[in-house]
Ligand binder design. Structure first.
Ligand SMILES: [Zn+2]
Length: 472
């Protein structure tokens, strides 16, 4: 699916007017977006109009020259717009090709067209699409879709998705405060399921402070805690407070507290952070906390440079620190293992579980399974079955078993290897003395009332009363 995703991203990138082709200002000037070209043209026309009407007769510009200039501007804008459109269409046709490559065979006849013909099924399908759009944060598309499909909006669900998006976006920027705030309010629930989320968040903060980052909620900011994270203001506020400090009496300085303390080193800041935040985890994560404090002993002591924060939270360089750290502690400086790449999925998992929303959007799972090979396999099997003269009835069963990757296995279901029936509460899976598992009805059938029988899979003799129930 990545190839398709990539080509679609290219299409979005080249959508006329939406984006400039390149991030650099120089390239943007030579290849302006459609909107830019038109805006520039309008400005030129307005300027020409103003020049013609405002100027006195003596200094009036030659209308013929003005028109000639405008004409050449229109032509160059037209050319630029056409170029952008050409690029867009090239990307579009590439993405169509990528899609065709992924789905080479028409799928008519594989799915029962009646499946989506009833109004209920149609609504269910539309709900899944709507859910997917909101899930991905495509708010305006989702509202439009809901209006066209006449779906009711659910402010509660939407608020959850908004919260999820905001926290994850902040996390990607390196600001863990919203995630930590959520984890703190849900601490009891998280602990009840032995989640490591809250500790992992604080660990990430601790490591970044130790590596020299100034976090928005670090000591500088503690006295000026601001939920919007305007760290620049916080910094200047704390610097302002420093000036009157020099004229204060000693008692006043002592009373003013830590806000007036001299700048701390990275290690002192990290220690202070650990002291403040690791306490609730001493029982559950003591070895890990010890590891973090030990990491500090390897790091050089320095005054953190303000240049690192707050924007560059995740880009605090650690390469220069690596040689000083023993190899077994180096994973603690690996961003993939301790920062956003680890924290984001962990947060999503816990947030979704807490709010009882699916971890992944159902539509993307459906597409991933189908496009991941299942559809092609079914089409192939269907063709083979047709050749041999028996049709797949498209009943509730698939014609073959489709192996799925572990992350796409949600509920383990036991199917009896003898009767092929699925295990239920009335007919549960039972393990024999030899370790083979059959369902209860099959066992009863084999035992035929006398309680003794031979396992169908090995030569062992078993007794009915020896069999124990297996839970999945
Ligand atoms: Zn056996």
């Amino acid at each position: 699916m990545e190839a398709v995703q990539k080509s679609l991203e290219q299409v979005a990138k080249r959508a006329p007017g939406l984006h400039s082709n390149s991030a650099s200002a120089k390239a943007a000037a030579t290849t302006p977006s459609v909107h830019d070209s038109i805006d520039r043209l309008i400005a030129q026309v307005e300027a020409a109009k103003a020049a013609l009407s405002a100027s006195s007769s003596s200094s009036a510009p030659n209308p013929a020259v003005l028109v000639a200039e405008l004409k050449s501007s229109v032509e160059s804008a037209q050319k630029s717009i056409l170029d952008r459109q050409k690029e867009f269409h090239a990307a579009l046709s590439k993405s169509t090709k990528a899609l065709d490559k992924k789905f080479p065979i028409p799928i008519d006849g594989v799915a029962d067209p009646a499946l989506f013909s009833s109004p209920e099924a149609q609504t269910a399908l539309e709900r899944v699409i709507f859910n997917h759009l909101q899930r991905n944060g495509d708010w305006s598309t989702s509202y439009k879709f809901a209006a066209e499909a006449k779906l009711p909006l659910s402010p509660e669900t939407e608020a959850l998705y908004v919260q999820l998006h905001n926290v994850v976006a902040a996390m990607a920027r390196g600001d863990l405060r919203p995630a930590i705030a959520w984890a703190e309010t849900e601490r009891a629930w998280l602990q009840s399921r032995k989640s490591g989320l809250e500790f992992a968040l604080h660990r990430s903060q601790f490591i970044r402070i130790a590596a020299g980052a100034i976090l928005p909620d670090s000591d500088d900011a503690l006295t000026n805690r601001d939920p919007d994270g305007e760290n620049v203001e916080m910094m200047s506020a704390s610097i302002d407070q420093l000036h009157p400090a020099s004229t204060m009496t000693n008692t006043a300085v002592a009373a003013a507290g830590s806000a007036l303390a001299p700048p701390q080193t990275n290690k002192e800041r990290a220690l202070a952070y650990g002291r403040e935040h690791f306490k609730p985890f001493c029982a559950s994560h003591l070895p890990e906390i010890a590891r973090l404090y030990t990491l500090l002993t390897f790091l050089p002591d320095f005054i953190p440079a303000p240049a690192y924060g707050p924007e560059g939270l995740d880009s605090v360089p650690v390469e220069h620190l690596l040689p000083t750290v023993l190899p077994i502690y180096r994973p603690l400086l690996d961003a993939n293992l301790v920062h956003a790449p680890l924290l984001e999925p962990l947060f999503k998992l816990e947030f979704c579980a807490r709010n009882r929303i699916p971890k992944d959007a159902p539509l993307s799972i459906g597409v991933e399974v189908g496009a991941g090979g299942a559809l092609n396999k079914i089409i192939k099997v269907k063709a083979v079955m047709k050749e041999r003269g028996n049709e797949w009835s498209q009943a509730d069963e698939l014609p073959i078993e489709i192996p799925l990757p572990t992350k796409l296995r949600f509920h383990s279901i036991f199917a009896c290897p003898v009767s092929k029936e699925q295990g239920t509460e009335q007919n549960p899976p039972m393990m024999l003395a030899c370790g083979h598992v059959l369902c209860l009805e099959t066992l009863n059938r084999l035992a035929k009332g006398n309680g003794r029988f031979k396992c169908p899979y090995c030569p062992t003799e078993s007794y009915l009363h020896q069999a124990i129930r297996v839970y999945f």
